[in-house]
Design a protein around this ligand. Sequence first.
Ligand code: DOR
Length: 432
Amino acid sequence: MSRVLLKDVRPYGEGEPVDVLVDGEVIAEIGADLDTDADEIIQANGAVALPGFVDLHTHLREPGREDAETVETGSMAAALGGYTAVFAMANTDPVADNAVIVEHVWRRGREVGLVDVHPVGAVTVGLKGEKLAELGTMRRSVAEVRVFSDDGHCVHDPLIMRRALEYTKSFGGVVAQHAEEPRLTAGAQAHEGANAARLGLAGWPAPAEEAIVARDCLLAGHTGGTLHICHVSTEGTAEILRWWKSREANGRVSAEVTPHHLLLTDDRLATYDPINKVNPPLRTDADVLALRQALADGTVDCVATDHAPHAAQDKDCEWSAAKPGMLGLQTALGIVVQTMVRSGLLDWRGVARVMSERPAEIAGLTNQGRLVAAGEPANLVLVDPDAEWTVRAAELASLGENSPFEGMRLPGRVVATLLRGRITAHEGKVTR
Ligand code: DOR
C-alpha cells in the first residue's frame, strides 16, 4: 500500500504547519517533521487541510447528454474542485428511476475512480410526479441509493410527497425536494421583480418556493420522514426553515444553498445573457445576504453546487430557449471563501461543516466528512487560502462551458485532493 506524506499543512487552518502521513486509505499520523520513506510527497506550504468535499447536488448528464458532461468529465471537475463524493441527479435520459440506470451510473463512477459517485434516484417514474418510482429496488441495488429527488421538477402532489416521505423512512432514505409550485411558475423565466418586468420576462415568484418548503416541512413532521430542500433561494425560505428548526418537531429537515445564490443577483439580467439563467433563478441582494446568514448560523445546513453543465447550443441562444443551469464544481470553494470566509461569516471549521461534514451526514455517508485526524479515512482536500485564480470556463474539466463566473478572480485554490489515500488532483491536474 502506498504512503503519501503531506508536508506543512494546517488542519482547519489552525496552528503551526504539521505533516500528515497517509498510509493506504487512512491518515496514519499527524505531527511535526514526520520523517518517513513515503512513496509520494506533497509540499503543501501551509495549505489548509479539510475533509474532502461532498456535493449533494451534481448533474453528470450520463446517460443521455454526454455532449454536456459525462461521469468521467464530471468526476474530473469534482476532484479538481476538492470533492471526494458527489450525488448525481436523476434527471438523465433515460431517467434514473430504476435499478438499471442507478447501477450504471454507480459503476461508471467506480470505473473512473476519481470521486465516489452516488446516484440519486428519481422519486417518481419519469420525473412526472404521478407515480412513485421503485424506491426500495434502487435502495437494494448495488448503488444503495439513499437520496431520492425529482430535481428539475417539483414533487408537487402533496399525497405523493407524503407517500415518498413515509416509504423512504422505512429504510432511512431522504427525499430531496426541488421546491417549485408549478402553477405559480408556469412559463417563468426569471425572478419575479423589477428586472424581469423591465425585460418582459415572465416572473418566478418567491412564494412558489416558500409554499412548497412550508408544506413539506409539515409533511416531514407529520410522517417522521426525512426531507432535504434543494437550492434554497429566498429569504422567506430561510425564515421558514428557521421557524421549523426552532420547534421540537418530528421528522428531519435539512437544506442546501448553491454558490451562485450566495453571490449573484438578478441584476445580472441586465446583460440578457442566458449564462445567468438558472432554476431557481438568481434573486435579490436581500435574499443573498439572508442566505449567507442562514448558512452561517446553520439554518441552511450545507453548500451544494447544482453543477448543471449544458452543451453550447443549449446556452448560446435566446433567453427563453436556453436551458437553466450553471457549472459549479470547480468554482464552489472559491465562492464560499469569497462570500463566507473573507466576510468573517465562517472559519475553516465552518467550511468543513458546510461543504463536507453536514452533506455527508445528511446523505448517511459514514466514510466521508470525517475529522482530519489520525485513524480517519484519508479523504482530504488541501487549499491554498491566499492563492487567487481567474476562472476560464474553457479550461475547466466539464464539457459544458456555462460558467457565470467567467473572468472572475476567486480566492482559495485547491492544491490537492485525496480519495481514500490516493491523490486524485494535484496542482490543477487530475492524477490517476
Ligand atoms: O438550473 C437548473 N438546472 N435547475 C435545475 O433544477 C435543474 C438543472 C439542470 O438539470 O440543468
